[in-house]
Design a binder for this molecule. Structure first.
Ligand code: G3P
Ligand code: MG
Length: 249
């Protein structure tokens, strides 16, 4: 399983970084129009258990809603405006369900990195539901479709995803390479470690890759940082700057 790595090197963060309202289908469309073939997005659960895209626990920053998103059913969430906060051109853009972005990706032969971003307190449930829904959606995929890569900062979410759908590849997200990071990734059966880009150096990249793990970085928005990571031999970069970096480089 850890030898399996079909993914592109460049990954568009939250769809198209800051160029469109994050985690919306409009952002995915814009990222794809820049040639990107893999997308990262943040997924949590509505009150009635529907996985949908939102970075924060609350709605306030990126929609016209207020308060904890996890307290509303999907029917209510789906009527919010998740575009006007960004710019008038995106007024009325709705929140995206995981199902809608999965269908967009499958229809266009794009890969998806689903960051499991649980509302605090629902780590295991979110990991279980996201893995089960992703597995169902990709069951209908063409046989050559790239499976969704599930990642999380929360080991409990990755453990639950593994218990629910062990065949879906997982990645451990980290802010920093603290003591025990490699052991944690291996214990969780991950195929990759995704860390804040400034943390990687020759020693840590070698440690991960020697253990059979891919090395990815977030969020890389300038050329010197990207050049450093490719020179280190890392395997993938998550970027906001779909307008700056060519996805084929
Ligand atoms: O998945 C990489 C990156 O998205 C993690 O940080 O806060 O942007 O979700 P954040
Ligand atoms: Mg994220």
């Amino acid at each position: 399983m850890r030898d399996f790595w079909p993914y592109p090197r460049w990954i568009a963060h939250r769809g198209a970084g800051k160029l469109a309202p994050e985690n919306t289908l409009a952002a995915f469309r814009l990222g794809a129009s820049h040639g990107y073939r893999m997308f990262e997005c943040d997924v949590k659960l509505s009150a009635d258990g529907v996985p949908f895209l939102l970075h924060d626990a609350t709605l306030d920053r990126t929609s016209n809603g207020q308060g904890l998103a996890a307290e509303l059913n999907w029917d209510e969430l789906s009527r919010l405006d998740a575009g006007s906060w960004h710019s008038p051109a995106y007024a009325g853009e709705p929140l995206a369900s995981l199902e809608s972005v999965a269908r967009f990706c499958l229809d266009n032969a794009l890969a998806l990195n689903i960051e499991i971003k649980p509302t605090p307190g629902s780590e295991s449930l979110t990991g279980t539901v996201v893995a089960n829904v992703a597995a169902r959606l990709w069951t209908e995929a063409p046989t050559d479709a790239m499976p969704p890569l599930l990642s999380s900062f929360q080991p409990a979410a990755l453990e639950a995803a593994r218990a629910a759908q062990s065949h879906l590849p997982r990645a451990l997200l980290l802010d920093a390479l603290q003591t025990g990071w490699l052991e944690t990734a291996l214990r969780l059966g991950c195929v990759a470690v995704v860390c804040k880009h400034t943390q990687w150096d020759a020693v840590s990249v070698q440690q991960a890759q020697s253990a059979g793990l891919k090395v990815l970085s977030y969020t890389v928005n300038d050329a010197p940082a990207a050049d450093r990571l490719w020179a280190l031999g890392t395997d993938g970069i998550i970027t906001d700057r779909v307008d700056l970096f060519s996805s084929s480089s």
